[in-house]
Design a protein around this ligand. Structure first.
Ligand SMILES: [Fe+2]
Length: 384
């Protein structure tokens, strides 16, 4: 059968054989992890596109940033000049080396040395920066300059001109998240770097038209929406004009709600929404900040969406499809589509997680569904 398969290849057809059995299990009926990371043998055009639950420990991956930065400092021409970025990308072990952590999300961790500039550009993927450094450089989005600090979330919607850099005295580190794999799958990845607007003094960045804090000035008072400005950034559609969320404000808002009962499946959560319509920040991705109080254990939940988490604070564990992943500050982990998971704060202090989920996309294609398990273990439909 495999010989026959090889022979048939020239006609661009593929025969089901015993050897390539893993590729014949596209339905994931049990939604368990057994199918994850299983590569089909035989003549198979592509690996299975089924992400595995995974955690990247900061203690293991973080040191590579220092090594990248060290090499960069010792070069006449730093890597950012010829590789465009000084970063590593996370690869999901279930996806055969693809540069993605879930089927829809790409994640990179970047370091910018003092003086580094990523030139102004625009692209179709939606993107964000989650700042890990105490002082996190700057990003300019459609003329809005954002001075960043740890815990900040800076959004660059598709179609919005942006540039970043570090004009401080110490290296800065942040996490980039993009819906790149989704756009790639849709054959909709394009980038433009021929910026025709006014440029900053260095010639590579865009000139700031709005001072730091412009987003907060426009949208920072909850429930109040200015009526005299456009809420569109660049040529983005259905994306948020609220570009910059401050870590300190997010933390304060979570702390203010810590005394509430919260959700049994999620604890205390705050969604980063488009202030114009209350919808998700991006048409494809939802961003959430989550507080788990000391000792808090959420109940099992699964949803038809893939979620990536960054641990901003505290320590704990998340059980995903029966496997336990311990986590601490700056660790990153993913929960692929429709796997049971629950979070546990094992520390004495609060734990804060930031998450990115493709739930808005699944909702738009009519596929979003969520289930939980009650105390008695019975499955209940949370979103049917
Ligand atoms: Fe970009």
């Amino acid at each position: 059968m495999e010989e026959l398969n090889a022979e048939a290849g020239k006609f661009n057809i593929w025969l089901r054989t015993q050897a390539n059995a893993p590729a014949q299990r596209p339905w994931f009926r049990d939604t368990g992890v057994e199918a994850s990371g299983t590569l089909a043998a035989g003549r198979v055009g592509a690996n299975q596109i089924k992400a595995a639950p995974h955690r990247w420990r900061w203690s293991e991956i973080g040191p590579y940033l220092d090594r990248i930065a060290e090499i960069a400092r010792n070069c006449d021409v730093p890597p950012i000049e010829f590789a465009e970025r000084q970063q590593f990308l996370l690869t999901n072990p279930g996806l055969g080396g693809r540069l993605q952590v879930t089927n829809t999300i790409r994640c990179a961790v970047s370091i910018y040395n003092p003086g580094d500039v990523a030139p102004v550009h625009v692209h179709t993927p939606n993107a964000s920066r989650t700042i890990l450094s105490e002082n996190g450089g700057y990003t300019v989005v459609e003329g809005e300059r954002c001075e960043a600090e740890r815990g900040d979330l800076i959004l660059t919607p598709h179609g919005a001109w942006h540039d970043h850099g570090n004009d401080g005295a110490t290296p800065v580190v942040w996490i980039d998240v993009l819906d790149f794999p989704l756009m790639e799958f849709l054959d909709c990845v394009w980038l433009d770097d021929e910026f025709h607007g006014e440029r900053a003094g260095n010639g590579r960045a865009q000139a700031a038209k709005h001072a730091d804090g412009y987003s907060q000035k426009l949208y920072g008072a909850g429930g109040l929406l200015p009526g005299f400005v456009s809420h569109r950034r660049g040529i983005s559609r259905h994306a948020t004009p609220m570009i910059h969320y401050r870590g300190a404000a997010i933390r304060e808002a979570l702390a203010g709600l810590a005394g509430e009962a919260g959700d049994p499946y999620e604890g205390i959560t705050l969604a980063f929404v488009n202030p114009v319509n209350g919808g998700p920040a991006f048409p494809t991705l939802a961003y959430t900040a989550q507080l788990l109080r000391p000792g808090e254990e959420t109940r099992l939940k699964r949803e038809t969406a893939s979620t990536m988490y960054v641990v901003m604070e505290g320590q704990g564990a998340t059980e995903i499809a029966g496997r336990r992943f311990d986590w601490e500050r700056n660790d990153i982990f993913v929960v692929p589509n429709f796997l049971w998971r629950r979070h546990i704060n094992t520390g004495r202090d609060d734990a804060v997680l930031y998450s990115v989920s493709d739930a808005p996309l699944m909702e738009k294609v009519g596929q979003y569904r969520a289930q939980g398990r009650g105390r008695d273990g019975a499955v209940e439909n949370l979103v049917a």
